[in-house]
Design a protein around this ligand. Structure first.
Ligand code: BGC
Length: 727
């Protein structure tokens, strides 16, 4: 080869490597793929990726073979397929899926393995349906028992919520499906969710409300996050510069894509500069018809492109957004390891049932009426709307079209046959998204009379009621109207129990509620929402096939006034003139009840079992940057069961007012046979013991003696040990 040839070949080789489509090479490092793809795109193509192109997709770059992103709700299964450009069902015949239990139910299991199994199974269903992003899980905090969406979240404690989120997210993303953790942040009520500005101390913001999100970012590297509708410091959270650019992207070093909630974008300049990456679901400005308002009219579409072209927003801002979207695409849609997935597999139902069984919380069991010995009863009367209602329907965006939906009544009938008789007892109306279905009081009276008449002839009553997914119950876009159960259930339960002392209350719902009838019933099980295997799971627990081991991720107060924010009036909830003030500060949930000595009806972490457990004296060993708490748990009862052990830290006294106990660790035993023991070692990094120091705007550790309370719930401490912790 002569010199000239050598030179031409070299040039050819070099230009090949310049043109080599690194972004298409699945084995190339992610950042190289992103950089390469970005370098090939026009400004217009870049902008196109940053907003919706249909109700649930955002664009790729067809010219370059870069795939679009397919998203769907979330969080308890894949939502029914909707039409490309409307909110109407697409009427597919193959989009029926497994409805998994609500996230509050998952939190109640206190079982990280089940959380992993949940993330794995549900993401397989998303993958099978061709989805790249599942809109969930939710990480908002149960601040009020009236929040219509609490069932989509993980309870009142940021540590429990965060810890349970991590395995879920990791498992889902290992399948090539991104989680979209929502709603970032302070979306803790549905009343005025689009307009309310949340005023919260910097400390409560970090210690309580941001904490589960931070854990999901740092420990699970969640790939996408959904900004919330509400405002913080007067700016909508979907494009809140301080929140998204400073805290999330800079301080937490997050490299994912921030997706707006549907219709959560309200301003081009803020959308451009405030940290939003993908704009979804924007509504018309009210002046245009929906058909006149196209996706190009979105804030992050033409108006943003104009700002870029005029040089008002630097190209680096556009490139950063696009890089985040490309990263998401390469992690999901163009991830060679993305699974094909499956829908409605036996394995998914099995996971669904196990989570439901472990999430049910037994709150009362007098004279061990449970597990049910059906041979003792001639006639079992089932009363209540939730015995037959599909609780996977309604609730808003989390509504599911489930292939199988086993109701409690169905499962009871197949277990106990003719012994079971059913009457509704009350009417709960239909699940209509934005209004309450009116109920005829006469109809209600008649149903009640029928139930009371039948009660006389039964020797066991199973009352199956609670909340449902109707508007102003557990449903998006509205909060509950009262802490009481609706539809006259309090009176009904009480009157039924007067007639028949063997009355067991089985209550579904994503929130706590008042129980003026508690002393009258023999047993009480709280069931959250249990998904496709609802009835089966319930009957397995009632019958003793499964020993209950769920524990509450929220405090049940005796009366509404006991919740920490209530004494501060409407300013603290639901807000006045679109301003809400979180005046209880960090004293949310049990942090208030235990510190201020308010006796709850059922404390955080509470749940009964069919067996009993003893705890050894715990020990604490401090070494390096962590402490390890060790305790041995023994099954001292007669049946096999699991126990969720909780570790609450108490900081040394200082000038700062701190909650007396804060959950810093937990572990669940394996299924312990009678007489069997298990030693649990729980490691708590020192940094978990920090508080947020507002004067320094950063986390700080108080040196001194910390007490570690080891208990079965926050108020049932079985032993404690101390350790000296230094900065
Ligand atoms: C909800 C989100 C949901 C989105 C898409 C919004 O109204 O707040 O949680 O993912 O709609 O359905």
């Amino acid at each position: 080869m002569n010199k000239k040839h050598l030179l031409t070949s070299l040039i050819a080789l070099m230009s090949m490597s310049v043109n080599a489509q690194v972004y298409l090479d699945p084995n190339a490092p992610l950042e190289e793929r992103v950089k390469d793809a970005l370098s090939r795109m026009t400004t217009h193509e870049k902008v196109k990726m940053l907003h919706a192109q249909s109700k649930f997709t955002s664009a790729g770059v067809p010219r370059l073979g870069i795939r679009q992103l397919n998203m769907d709700d979330g969080p308890h299964g894949v939502r029914e397929e909707l039409e490309w450009n409307t909110w109407s069902p697409a009427k597919w015949t193959n989009d029926s899926i497994v409805a998994f239990p609500s996230l509050t139910c998952l939190a109640s299991t206190w079982n990280r393995d089940l959380s992993e199994a949940y993330g794995d199974a549900v993401s397989e269903e998303f993958a099978f349906r061709g989805k790249d992003i599942m809109l969930g899980p939710g990480a908002n905090i149960a601040r009020t028992p009236l929040n219509g969406r609490a069932f989509e979240y993980m309870g009142e404690d940021p540590f429990l919520a965060g810890e349970m989120l991590v395995p879920y997210i990791k498992a889902a993303q290992a399948n090539g499906v991104a989680c979209c953790l929502k709603h970032f942040v302070l979306n803790d009520q549905e009343i005025d969710r689009f307009t309310v500005n949340v005023n919260v101390s910097e400390r409560a913001l970090h210690e309580i409300y941001l904490a589960p999100f931070k854990r999901a970012v740092e420990k699970a590297n969640v790939w996408t996050i959904m900004g919330s509708y509400n405002l913080w410091k007067g700016v909508h959270c979907c494009h809140n510069n301080e929140l998204l650019n400073h805290i999330l992207k800079k301080d937490w070093n997050w490299d994912g894509a921030l997706i707006s909630d549907w219709g959560g974008t309200t301003n081009t300049w803020e959308a451009a500069t405030g940290g939003l990456d993908i704009e979804m679901g924007t509504y018309t400005d009210g002046k245009l018809k929906e058909s006149e308002f196209g996706y190009d009219d979105y804030y992050l579409a033409k108006p943003f492109e104009k700002l870029i072209n005029e040089g008002k927003v630097p190209m680096s801002v556009l490139d950063d957004k696009v890089s985040r979207v490309l990263r998401t695409i390469f992690r999901t849609a163009m991830n060679p390891n993305k699974v094909i997935g499956s829908q409605c597999s036996e394995a998914h139902y099995e996971t669904c049932r196990q989570i439901a069984e472990e999430g049910i919380v037994l709150l009362k069991n007098e004279k061990s009426i449970l597990p049910l010995d059906a041979s003792k009863y001639r006639k079992i009367l089932v009363v209540g709307d939730n015995a037959t209602r599909s609780l996977t329907k309604g609730g808003g965006s989390s509504e599911l079209k489930s292939l199988k939906d086993i109701s409690p009544l169905e499962a009871l009938q197949s277990a106990y046959g003719d012994k079971i008789e059913y009457v509704p007892g009350y009417y709960a109306g239909r699940a209509i998204y934005d209004r309450v279905d009116p109920i005829d009081p006469k109809k209600q009276e008649a149903l009640k009379a029928e139930a009371l008449a039948k009660a006389k002839d039964a020797d066991l009553i199973l009352f199956i009621g609670g909340l449902n997914k109707n508007h102003r119950q557990d449903c998006e876009n509205g909060d509950r109207e009262s802490y009481d159960l609706s539809y006259g259930q309090n009176e009904l339960i009480s009157e039924l129990a007067k007639i028949q002392k063997n009355t067991i209350a089985i209550i579904f719902g994503g929130n706590p509620y008042a129980m003026p009838w508690l002393d009258q019933v023999s047993a009480l099980a709280h069931c959250w929402y249990l998904g496709s295997e609802s009835g089966t799971a319930l009957v397995n627990v009632l019958s003793g096939k499964v020993c209950p081991s769920g524990k509450l991720p929220i405090t049940f107060a005796t009366k509404y006034e006991d919740f920490p924010y209530v004494k501060f009036g409407a300013e603290a909830y639901p807000g006045v003139n679109k301003q809400v003030y979180y005046k209880e500060d960090v004293f949310v949930g049990y942090r208030h009840f235990s510190t201020n000595n308010v006796k709850p009806l059922f404390p955080f972490g509470f749940g009964l079992s069919y067996t009993t457990f003893s705890y050894s004296q715990p020990t604490v060993a401090a070494s390096g940057n962590e402490v390890t708490v060790t305790v041995t748990v023994s099954n001292t009862g007669k049946v096999a069961g699991k126990e969720a052990v909780q570790i609450y830290a108490q900081a040394p006294k200082s000038d700062l007012e701190r909650p007396i106990k804060e959950l810093k660790g937990f572990a669940k035993t394996k299924l312990l046979q009678p007489g069997e023991s298990e030693t649990l070692c729980v490691t708590i990094p020192k940094e978990e013991l920090r508080y947020f120091d507002e004067s320094q705007h950063s986390w700080a550790l108080t040196s001194g003696i910390y007490t570690f309370h080891v208990g079965a719930n926050v108020n049932d401490i079985r032993g404690k040990a101390t350790a000296s912790i230094n900065k």
